[in-house]
Design a protein around this ligand. Structure first.
Ligand SMILES: [Cu+2]
Length: 122
């Protein structure tokens, strides 16, 4: 079942790409309440990535720090509204973001065609 969901997510993604999901607007919300930062470590190695489709619960407006460790540069795709593209380099790259709308937001690698984490925003 999970495989089907992943395939669907990728298809959704491909459609989104066709309709031009290239504009990334970082939605920083100053004046939000201070909550603990949720740190998610993502490790790319060759053609694999950890985690792989794991669900992570976050609060709306909570600061999320993505710490990407990679052996080569690439890009994460966050299926929030609006969508975000997060480039990373070889080595360790740390990026912060917040999600304001409740729902499930996929974080994907289009290079590997996988869903890395699903952020469950509540
Ligand atoms: Cu995508």
């Amino acid at each position: 079942m999970r495989r089907t969901a992943a395939v669907l997510a990728i298809l959704t993604c491909a459609v989104a790409l066709l309709s031009g999901c290239g504009d990334d607007e970082p939605s920083d919300d100053p004046g939000g309440t201070t909550t603990e930062t949720k740190t998610i470590e993502i490790t790319f190695s060759g053609d694999t990535v950890e985690p792989n489709g794991e669900r992570v619960e976050v609060k709306a407006g909570q600061e999320i720090e993505l710490v990407v460790k990679a052996d080569k540069p690439g890009e994460l795709h966050v299926h929030s509204n609006p969508e975000k593209e997060i480039p990373y380099g070889a080595g360790t790259t740390s990026t912060k973001l917040t999600l304001d709308e409740p729902g499930v937001v996929d974080v994907e690698s289009h290079d590997l065609e996988v869903v890395i984490v699903q952020l469950e925003v509540s």
